[in-house]
Design a binder for this molecule. Structure first.
Ligand SMILES: CC(C)(COP(=O)(O)OP(=O)(O)OC[C@H]1O[C@@H](n2cnc3c(N)ncnc32)[C@H](O)[C@@H]1OP(=O)(O)O)[C@@H](O)C(=O)NCCC(=O)NCCS
Length: 163
């Protein structure tokens, strides 16, 4: 199998990024914890294999660390998600940040498994937060993975060693 390469996306990648976000999430707009992002405008890490997009992570930097806003593996179960998450942790460490964090939703039990297997800890649960986000973005589905109703945000973090 060709080598997986993770790199920072440039302006020339914006078209491919928008396409992937639309395919995965139906929109480039992400609403989480009361904040609205256009993920297509965020800094992004692209995973590529043989010059084809294998995965995408978009993030936002803040005083509370690096927030992973979206994470998608086009190729599943081949190490893409892990490589992107590790690359995000490296970016955060390089910026002197103490943690990587993200939000997932109560229905996304596969992602919860994935993140916890990658050393992330659950540090908060916001009951009803997705119901609030749905007011800002009515296209957020009511029913998610495994037919589970989507209502709550789950906050996970990976603490990073001091650089
Ligand atoms: C969650 C998600 C990002 C995980 O990405 P992924 O690339 O499939 O994850 P990885 O391949 O790194 O790891 C998944 C499993 O594949 C296995 N794996 C990794 N590399 C492998 C390889 N080369 N060969 C075989 N298996 C491999 C891992 O062991 C891992 O299993 P484990 O958790 O039991 O250790 C992906 O499923 C996804 O895009 N989901 C939809 C979008 C989503 O929900 N995103 C999260 C929103 S919060």
């Amino acid at each position: 199998m060709d080598e997986l390469v993770v790199r920072h996306a440039g302006v020339e990648d914006r078209g491919r990024i928008t396409e992937l976000l639309l395919r995965s999430w139906g929109s480039t707009i992400v609403v989480a914890h009361g904040v609205r992002y256009d993920a297509a405008d965020l800094p992004a890490l692209l995973a590529e294999r043989a010059n084809r997009v294998a995965g995408l992570l978009t993030y936002a930097s803040g005083v509370d660390g690096l927030e992973v806003v979206t994470l998608d593996a086009v190729e599943r179960n081949a190490g893409v998600g892990t490589a992107l998450l590790d690359a995000a942790a490296q970016v955060a460490s390089g910026k002197g940040m103490g943690r990587v964090w993200l939000i997932t939703t109560n229905d996304n039990v596969d992602a919860l498994r994935f993140y916890q297997r990658r050393g992330m800890r659950i540090v908060g649960i916001e009951p009803g937060a997705v119901d609030e986000s749905r007011r800002l973005k009515p296209s957020i589905p009511v029913v998610g993975h495994y037919g589970i109703e989507i209502h709550d945000e789950i906050i996970l973090e990976r603490r990073l060693p001091p650089g």
